[in-house]
Design a binder for this molecule. Sequence first.
Ligand code: CP3
Length: 354
Amino acid sequence: MIELKNDRFLRTLLKQPVDRTPVWMMRQAGRYLPEYRQLRQQAGDFMSLCMNPELACEVTLQPLRRFPLDAAILFSDILTIPDAMGLGLYFEAGEGPRFRKPLVDGKDIAALPELNPEQDLGYVMDAVRLIRRELNGSVPLIGFSGSPWTLATYMMEGGSSKDYRRTKTLLYNQPQVMHELLDKLAVAVTAYLNAQILAGAQAVQIFDSWGGALSHTAYREFSLAPMQRIIDGLIKEHEGRKVPVILFTKGGGQWLEAMAASGATALGLDWTTDIGLARTRVGDQVALQGNMDPAVLYASPERIREEVAAVLASYGAGSGHVFNLGHGVTPEVKPEHAGAFFDAVHELSPAYHQ
Ligand code: CP3
């Protein structure tokens, strides 16, 4: 087993005892950091950062130089898979992601190529290998992918969407065609995450950012089932360690029992769920990650500390809680406020691990 100086994050996911609650932050490398904005400007745009392994590595490490984080997360994006399948990803300033060739109908879906991650997304695997080398065992590296459902919404809408009109029309009119798309994406995501694990990712997170937009029954059939197939196909152990899988459905609070039965190691929670109640509901089956409202970081350091205290108290004593926000940090947050958040977790959490 390769030595890891700080294994709190991995131990917590496996519910093994730790000295304090580990913490990292979704989008911890991003626009709230001036050093990120500077590097992105130098690189020209966001995708140039992702596609250059040296720059992706540098951006991954930026928040770790500033803050006492317990994990690094690969700097990349969930939309690299559709880009590699030929949809032509680009970013319009201020408008978020766009595809030049969104999927229109069943013919486009049938024509989607199979993904060979080492070949088609070699820049991601090169970044993973480089980041592992640079981290040099300081903290574990998290790899990630979007969920098939979340990727499908971007591929069909051509970008971000408020109502997922095209995607849901297909889902309800031609469910079998939607399943064909989700099956293809599940195969691609499984191969992509396994390639990240072989390249050195020590845990993986599946971002199901828009699963919460589905109806109660549609969630199980069109979001959870494809994620379950991915989990079934993932490499379970690498470098002599278990490789934990974190399942994060934003807005998924009502489905935690079903998610916990998927074989995931941990569930990510957004801030609308009571983490203490969630713990009672899932029992010993999974660890939990989350779930402070990202908007708390706009408030004063004193208020941030109180909200951290409330989340810690809600989860209660014992291992199995990875502290995080309930969704990504926003660009307007002051870095000092993120610092106050991490400090509060460091100072207040040891009391829950005695
Ligand atoms: O967490 C991290 O620090 C790792 C990096 C990461 C990024 N995107 C970098 C990024 C991760 C894990 C993602 C995942 C991602 N990408 C998701 C799932 C997570 C979530 O937020 O629900 C989604 C839905 C996407 C798609 C995507 N990429 C959108 C909607 C946008 C624009 C969003 C915005 O805030 O403007 C992106 C671009 C993106 N991905 C940025 C970053 C740092 C901002 C790009 C920039 O520098 O302008």
